[in-house]
Design a protein around this ligand. Structure first.
Ligand SMILES: [Zn+2]
Length: 352
């Protein structure tokens, strides 16, 4: 039986502020002192409510139950207000769920913090937002505003499951977001926030679904790891119409002109397109292609760039123009030109 973690306290206490006895059960290491003294204190009597705190002229504090069940002296230290150490909590959350990003930032005007981005593959990044709100209408309103801000699917983390109502989930779905409670997914043990079981896979499964939706052919894409750049990628010709692709010397895959979407399906011969010929030419000169007349190859080059961006799911142009050298320069490594022969005739070293 899993011990219930006290994360729900984050959304139960007004403004996530309370005296020590409000925070009973919450990890002390995740609390921070404030300079404030509380004006109310939980009643220890049978009412389950609060006492008003009265400061007497001799400097002592007395709590008077608003329901009249108790009246007692309180120490000043009992009245110190604590608030959660959000920096530690949110960075712990981020680490637990493999979310990257530089710390958490409060989102302007919204009761929400962006704790980072979930970046499962290549350039796909999904914002991850934490909220401590408990009120359904406030949660729903915030989700709509976040959707307008991000224009991409995003995750919302709430402390406790009762906040994730059917209505909140529906609003999230309509706004391309997914909300879940982390109450049962993470725990504070050995001074660190840790994920229980395989909870971390929740994000990856959802993200895979989103990527498929955004890009139905994503399953055929090269599995470019997050943070990889063009410089990490090697395209090596092994035959006229075959290449081996790798990234950081891993994930070796064989691809044909067809896999690169560079075969002309309309003709009977089904010959590789000009884009493939361009790649071959690029391989013959190890990625540094001098061009005499750019207007003759510019269109093909744009097509090659677009196909490569799609295959590798990277957003920047893989082939740069150097006006100094009047040459196209591949940002990735392309080689294997010695494996290329075309119908007995040697490839020209430029595509122009
Ligand atoms: Zn009472």
């Amino acid at each position: 039986m899993l011990q219930k973690q006290p994360w729900h306290k984050l959304s139960q206490l007004l403004g996530a502020r309370g005296v020590k006895s409000d925070w009973t059960g919450f990890p002390e290491k995740l609390l921070k002192l404030t300079n404030d003294l509380a004006e109310t204190h939980p009643c220890s009597g049978r009412c389950g409510g609060y006492m008003d705190v009265v400061k007497h002229s001799d400097g002592t504090y007395v709590g008077v139950c608003t329901s009249g069940c108790d009246k007692r002296t309180l120490q000043k230290k009992d009245l110190i207000v604590y608030s959660p150490d959000f920096t530690t909590i949110f960075s712990g959350l981020a680490q637990a769920f493999s979310i990257n990003g530089a710390g958490h930032t409060e989102i302007d005007g919204l009761p929400a913090w962006q704790v980072g981005e979930y970046n499962p593959v290549a350039s796909y990044r999904f914002p991850v937002v934490a909220m401590i709100e408990a009120q359904t209408s406030r949660i729903e309103c915030t989700i709509s505003q976040l959707a307008a801000k991000y224009k991409t699917p995003f995750f919302v983390l709430l402390p406790s499951a009762p906040s994730v109502t059917q209505s909140v989930q529906d609003v999230a779905l309509r706004n391309g977001a997914k909300v879940f409670a982390y109450e049962d997914l993470i725990e504070f043990t050995n001074d660190a926030i840790q994920v229980r079981g395989n909870a971390a896979s929740i994000l990856s499964e959802l993200a895979t679904g989103w990527i498929k939706h955004i890009d139905p052919a994503s399953g055929e894409r090269y599995p470019t790891p997050p943070s990889a750049t063009w410089g990490d990628i090697v395209v090596e010709f092994t035959a006229n119409e075959a290449v081996t692709v790798s990234c950081k010397n891993k994930d070796h895959r064989q691809y044909s002109a067809e896999d690169f979407q560079m075969r002309d399906k309309r003709t009977n011969t089904k010959k590789p397109t000009k884009a493939w010929t361009f790649l071959q030419a690029l391989a013959l000169v190890n990625g540094n292609m001098t061009v005499e007349d750019i207007t003759k190859v510019d269109k093909t080059k744009q097509e090659v760039s677009a196909k490569l961006k799609s295959l590798f799911q990277l957003t920047d142009d893989p082939i740069e123009w150097s006006s100094e050298d009047t040459a196209y320069k591949a940002k990735f490594i392309i080689r294997g030109g010695s494996k290329i022969t075309v119908a007995g005739k040697r490839q020209k070293t430029t595509a122009a």
